[in-house]
Design a protein around this ligand. Sequence first.
Ligand code: GLU
Length: 307
Amino acid sequence: MIDKSGIGSLNKIEYRGRFAPSPTGPLHFGSLIAAIASYLEAKTNQGKWFLRIDDADYLREQKYASDSIKKALELHGFEWDKDIQYQSNSNVLYKRMRNHLIDNKKAFRCNCSRKILKNNQTGLNGIIYTGTCRKKHITNDYSIRVFVDQLKIKFNDEIQGSQSSQLDKDIGDFVIWRRDNIISYHLATIIDDNELGVTNIVRGNDLINSTFCQLYLQNLLNYKNPTYSHIPVVVDKNKQKLSKQFGAKEISNKLNTQNLVDGLLALKQTPPDDLASDSLENIWSWAIENWNSKTLEMTRSVKTPNL
Ligand code: GLU
């Protein structure tokens, strides 16, 4: 078929970004800046921005959290395309992809106990698995790991620069399906990103090493590799990453305009002094017009504002 819309439109791929919080607690400042950065990247590229609730791990889910995150995003003026996506709706697809990997001899069952695993060396993402169960025939109480070939994975992070890992030495065969019968974060993420046609992933730098596993899985499943930008993580005064696990404070919706301006400052933007007293609409207009992610280049962490 001939494309009549003109040269240039032939290869144009629409930008599709997303924000994918886990509902393990309310929105805190660290997740807010991931939301702001991914939103601004999508908007300045005339793209789409999706909201996906990563609730595949129902054991860690706090029941109130999805609604509280959604409300906080709404009250901060975020607008997402499509309906909210929930990973818990993807279970059938997850099982299909897991079985596909097993049937194609890309994955195997492992029943190593924690005690055995503890003796392994640690690498980029926890223990380095050295293939203990690769050739065993295990029938119960197992996790599923992917066979990791001897290879180097490289990618160019838009913010952190060029990254590489010798996957077999740094990570080893990693888990794609947990012993408690829950899909792993890596596999769930790439399946859902692919379903949504996500082209650009903007997220916290704490996940940069996960990208090696995710690129590897995308290649095994013949998915397209998105472009990655890992923004700095927010740390507290003890240099500890803000996380729900360590009880990071919920952002207050009453301070929505101030939170956005603090977020822009943490993302090394230069909002005018009085921007926080302006309307949400004007704050977003300013942010979209002036967004410059180059200021973040090679920055791994930033401090919580007002410390
Ligand atoms: N759901 C993950 C989290 O909240 C983020 C997933 C991702 O951006 O890949 O940490």
